[in-house]
Every structure is written in structure tokens, then in C-alpha cells.
Design a protein around this ligand. Sequence first.
Ligand code: ZN
Length: 200
Amino acid sequence: MPNEHNDYVRDLVFALKKLPGIGERSARRLAFHILSQNDAAAFGLADSIINAKKHVNLCKICFNLSSEELCPICSNSSRNSKMLCIVENPEIIYVFEKSGNYNGYYHVLHGLINPLEGVGIDDIRIEELVDRVANGSFEEIVIALNPNSNGEATSFYIQKILAPYNVNITALARGIPVGSDLEYVDKNTLAEAILGRKKF
Ligand SMILES: [Zn+2]
């Protein structure tokens, strides 16, 4: 019969196991690590989760994570207003910014079309994208989605729906291995893929 203490530990392991890439063993390891820390460190971790969750929302324009109405990128008027880069999630913006080869704006879809999991065009930020392109002054739209079947399907759909607008649609150059996650591509490979982008 587990005592109360074990229930708390089990709850913590269970919560950690829900994180992406964390299996039972890693969850246990993290839980034991957190519990072995002093109060300040463990409560600090909990506080930073609570604070981030309370104060970070989505940018009203590009849907990047932001603690203000507009994210720092959308509030920066010195960026290239002719370019818009479409990404799957805010993490990719971070990777792009680190690569240092892109100075336009972004649009975060928050997902990819995924028929097997029932994710359709209305479940991601495509309508908002079309609005931005229709009302903006973009000249080039860079589609920067992961090279997997959902990424391809989404890219194809976006290319079709943006076709009536007077914009060049480009895609990242090949060189990013098929099936890989842009989050994990090293910054030089990504920089080359940005520089070598070509017409969709
Ligand atoms: Zn923004």
C-alpha cells in the first residue's frame, strides 16, 4: 500500500512524463532530482512555470509567444517588411533568429495539416495568414515547414491558397534532411537553407 509521500512523487513523475520526449525513466530521474534540490531551487522552477504561463500569450500579429500585445519582432519596424516566413511553431522562430540570416517577419501556424490526427486547415492559423498577405505589403513568402508529409501537405496548400496574391512564394533549400525537425537543425545548415531558398 503506497503511503502519501509516494503518491506525491508519483504525481510529479506522471506530470513530467506528459512532456514531449520524456519517458518513464527520465521522468523519474527528473522528479528525484527536483526533490533532492533545496526549496529555493525547486520552488523557483515551479514559479517560473507559473509566471511564464500567466504572462506569456500569443502575439496578436504573428502568433509568436509574447508577454506584450506584440512580440519584439513585430514591434521592430527596422526589419524587412517585404518578407514573411511561415513556421510551424514559435520554437522555429528562435532557431531562425539564432541563424542570423533572416531579417523579415514571421507567421506561426501552430501546427501542420495532419489528416491522420484530424488537424485540418481551420485548426491552424492559415486564415490569419491569408489576411496578412492580402492586407500587407509582402513581396516574398518563405515557407519554412518541416520536410515531412504533414509539412509538405501544408506547404502545398499554402502555396495554392496564396497563389492569387502578388507575392513570390519560396521554400527553404534542400539540404535539410527529410524527416528532420527544423528545431534541431544546426544553425549553419539552416543559414544555407535560407540563403539558398528557391521558388516553390
Ligand atoms: Zn509577432
